[in-house]
Write a protein that binds this ligand. Structure first.
Ligand SMILES: [Zn+2]
Length: 240
């Protein structure tokens, strides 16, 4: 293969892999983001339950105060019963007592219901806290794995940068300018292989004459349709 073409293929492969490093890093970070989102969702659920427990407790306190008031009322009714003289007064007092007793029953039931509710919420809270702890443990582990992977990617990236700059030092400047010009619009596909007699940049079939020039690899050949630099991959040259 023409030496200039060889350099171009190498340079283009370096540039392609350089472009791939950032998405790889983003991909690693995304793995962590999913777990962090889950943990955040659990935290907000936990906060919601804390509020519900507070609300239940404050309702319970109100019921307790009400219960104390009712008991005081019942005591005063029983005190009054010693002072009454008429049957009418007695009936009125009995009615008052019945109502107070009913209200006490109701308040007690309500307190029991609130206690059960609070207990269930506390249970739910414990479960969520355990899930959150597990999730946070996973996050720590994944964080380490992700950091290692990113470090590895950065090392690879540095190696490619070094290889690229070594190549640039010895590359012909006109060839380099030629490449940069195509790269401006073709990005990472400035230099593309020919497969099944087609340009792998624009995917159009190339004529037999151009194709045989590409196979010979004696000079730099551009795609007649899009202008990208064409090359034949080694294994396919052997097949051909
Ligand atoms: Zn093309």
């Amino acid at each position: 293969m023409n030496k200039y073409l060889q350099d171009l293929v190498k340079l283009s492969k370096y540039d392609q892999s350089i472009s791939m490093f950032e998405p790889q890093i983003e991909n690693e970070k995304a793995k962590l983001a999913t777990f962090i989102e889950t943990a955040e969702a659990i935290k907000s659920q936990i906060n919601g339950i804390y509020l519900e427990i507070d609300d239940t407790k404050s309702k319970r306190t109100k019921n307790n105060i009400h219960l104390a008031e009712l008991k005081t009322k019942l005591e005063s009714v029983s005190k009054k019963s010693t002072e009454i003289s008429t049957e009418k007064e007695m009936k009125a007092l009995q009615l008052e007592e019945e109502i107070a007793k009913e209200q006490i029953d109701f308040a007690n039931e309500e307190i029991e219901r609130l206690d059960n509710l609070a207990e269930a919420k506390e249970e739910q809270l414990k479960e969520l806290q355990a899930t959150l702890a597990e999730e946070e443990e996973s996050i720590k582990e994944i964080q380490v794995a992700v950091d290692n992977k990113i470090e590895e990617i950065n090392k690879d990236r540095n190696t490619v940068y070094e290889d690229r700059s070594t190549l640039l030092e010895k590359m012909d400047s006109k060839i380099l300018t030629f490449y940069e010009k195509i790269k401006r619009w073709a990005n990472d596909t400035a230099v593309v292989p020919v497969k099944k007699q087609s340009c792998y940049g624009c995917f159009m079939k190339i004529n037999d004459k151009t194709y045989s020039e590409v196979i010979k690899s004696e000079e730099i050949v551009n795609c007649p349709h899009c202008g990208r630099i064409l090359y034949k991959e080694d294994e396919e040259i052997q097949e051909a």
